[in-house]
Design a protein around this ligand. Structure first.
Ligand code: FAD
Length: 474
């Protein structure tokens, strides 16, 4: 016999987006049902951001040992214990898991149902032995890896982000299909931990990013011995004596790359399977569920957020969506999406972006933009830390309005925060030159690049002298 629940809000999916909606609603005392078919915390905690950053952290430690001699410290070679690296990664997940747990959410007043949800009609969701007729529904079911139709792939063992972090033995040679952020982060982590790594991409490596910034990352990969194969098509895959053989073709030439492990990181698809969205009148396609600027689906009772709506896929974006939905559903505000969303690829060096890239700005504004740059090599802290590879680039309108910022280099993911704020608050470049920042920090890169805005227009000698003086004072 099914039990009928009639909460104000029913959230499907307990990942980054769903948990944020449920927690906020519960804190405002709204009756909420949260349905999760898998692990609480979704992709980010279990198979995404958290394990990938934990693995990279381990890799960076091993790399720091290898490069310690640059600082005059000689260390015997790094000994990587892969089982303990695996324990570290899963220890980090376990440390964060209580925040996303059934116990915590039940404690907040959320009714958590651990089952697969599907729509029965426009107003009803079924999950396990429950029928939920909520005032509003939020679909936050995330995304899953795309498995390309490569001949032979279904006959060889391969990994995705859902399984690669379970590997606890030493990987001899990791072949990564896909040179996007996910593939590149995992590739570099394994290289740093001692594996041979080959990354194959049918198009461009880090193809979405500013090419100049991507080049810095690519050069680092190549220097570290990672084999990068852009513009390379995988023709088929077969079992090899110890692992897999990947047949690739480039400009008429073919080659077999043999590896011990194969990771498929060729993109993401929205998780809509099993939801019976058609029964609820919710329109979707291969890119995701269709929503309007308030994140409402074609069923006015239902909102959709996070990876399942396609477009950019980030935890902070799913959280942002959650805020929009909460304002619409609980406070009846007509909040709309529209903020600039930052992104970071957490390789070493990191690559961070907010707003328009140089190419995007040129397409939109042609020559009516200014490009400002400052290299890491001209930052004293970067010199002290031996992290001189990289740059900050800022794109403005001629009047100083900031359009975007690209940072590639150490801590780029932290340095971008100032530019996130600058864009969010619609600051002018001059607002940043007036800041007093602590010396010596990488943050000074932002102030330095802002100063360059005034360089070509300075005609008055006395003004140039003052600016030079200020610059020297930091
Ligand atoms: C390897 C990797 C690294 C990443 N690194 C970063 C990073 O560094 N920074 C960043 O911002 N983003 C990162 N991401 C992206 C980030 O993980 C996602 O954008 C984020 O998890 C999306 O949140 P979500 O709530 O939309 O979906 P998810 O977190 O995937 O949650 C969806 C949940 O819905 C559940 N579900 C699905 N269908 C049903 C159903 N029918 N019934 C009940 N439950 C259902 C699923 O089990 C899942 O738990 C990474 C992703 C990957 C794969």
């Amino acid at each position: 016999m099914e039990e009928v629940l009639k909460p104000d809000l029913c959230v499907i999916g307990a990942g980054s987006g769903g948990l944020s909606v449920a927690a906020a609603a519960a804190q405002f005392g709204v009756p909420v049902v949260l349905i999760e078919k898998g692990r609480m915390g979704g992709d980010c905690l279990n198979y995404g951001c958290v394990p990938s950053k934990a693995l990279l952290a381990a890799g960076k430690r091993a790399d720091a040992v290898r490069t310690a001699s640059t600082f005059g410290i000689d260390v015997i070679e790094a000994q990587v214990d892969h089982a303990r690296v695996h324990d570290h990664v899963h220890g980090v997940i376990a440390a964060i898991a209580p925040n996303d747990s059934v116990e915590r959410f039940t404690g907040l007043g959320v009714r958590v149902i651990e089952a697969q949800a599907n729509f029965l009609d426009k107003n009803t969701v079924e999950a396990g032995r429950f029928l939920i007729r909520a005032r509003r529904f939020v679909v936050a079911t995330g995304s899953s890896p795309v498995i390309p139709p490569i001949p032979g792939l279904d006959e060889v063992p391969y990994y995705t982000n859902e399984t690669i972090f379970d590997v606890s033995e030493r990987i001899q040679h990791l072949i990564v299909l896909g040179g996007g952020p996910i593939g590149m982060e995992i590739a570099q982590a394994h290289r740093m931990l001692g594996a041979h790594v080959t990354v194959i991409d049918a198009a461009t490596i880090l193809g979405r990013e500013d090419p100049e910034a991507a080049r810095i990352v690519i050069d680092r990969f190549t220097d570290a011995g990672i084999m990068l194969k852009p513009g390379t098509r995988v023709e088929r895959v077969e079992k090899a004596v110890q692992g897999v053989g990947v047949h690739v073709g480039k400009q008429g030439e073919t080659e077999i790359i043999k590896g011990s492990h194969l990771l498929v990181a060729t993109g993401r698809k929205p998780t809509v399977k099993g939801l019976s969205l058609e029964r609820a009148g919710i329109v979707f396609d291969a890119r995701g569920i269709k929503v309007n600027s308030r994140l409402r689906t074609t069923n006015p009772r239902v909102y959709a957020i996070g990876d399942v709506i396609g477009g950019q896929q980030f935890t902070h974006l799913a959280n942002y969506h959650a805020g929009i939905v909460i304002r619409n559903v609980l406070f009846r505000m007509r909040a709309k999406v529209g903020a600039a969303i930052p992104r970071v690829t957490f390789t070493d060096p990191e690559l961070a972006q907010i707003g328009l890239t140089e190419d995007e700005a040129r397409t939109r504004y042609r020559r009516r933009i200014r490009i400002l740059r400052w290299p890491y090599a001209d930052n004293d802290r970067a010199q002290a830390e031996h992290v001189t590879h990289g740059f900050i680039k800022v794109i403005t309108r001629p009047d100083g309005r900031i359009l975007g910022s690209t940072i590639v280099g150490a801590e780029a993911g932290e340095l971008i925060q100032l530019w996130v704020m600058a864009l969010a608050k619609d600051m002018r470049i001059g607002d940043l030159t007036g800041l007093v920042l602590p010396y010596p920090t990488l943050s000074e890169l932002s102030k330095r690049v802002a100063y360059t805005f005034y360089q070509p227009t300075l005609t008055k000698r006395w003004l140039r002298t003052i600016i030079d003086l200020l610059r020297r004072l930091g």
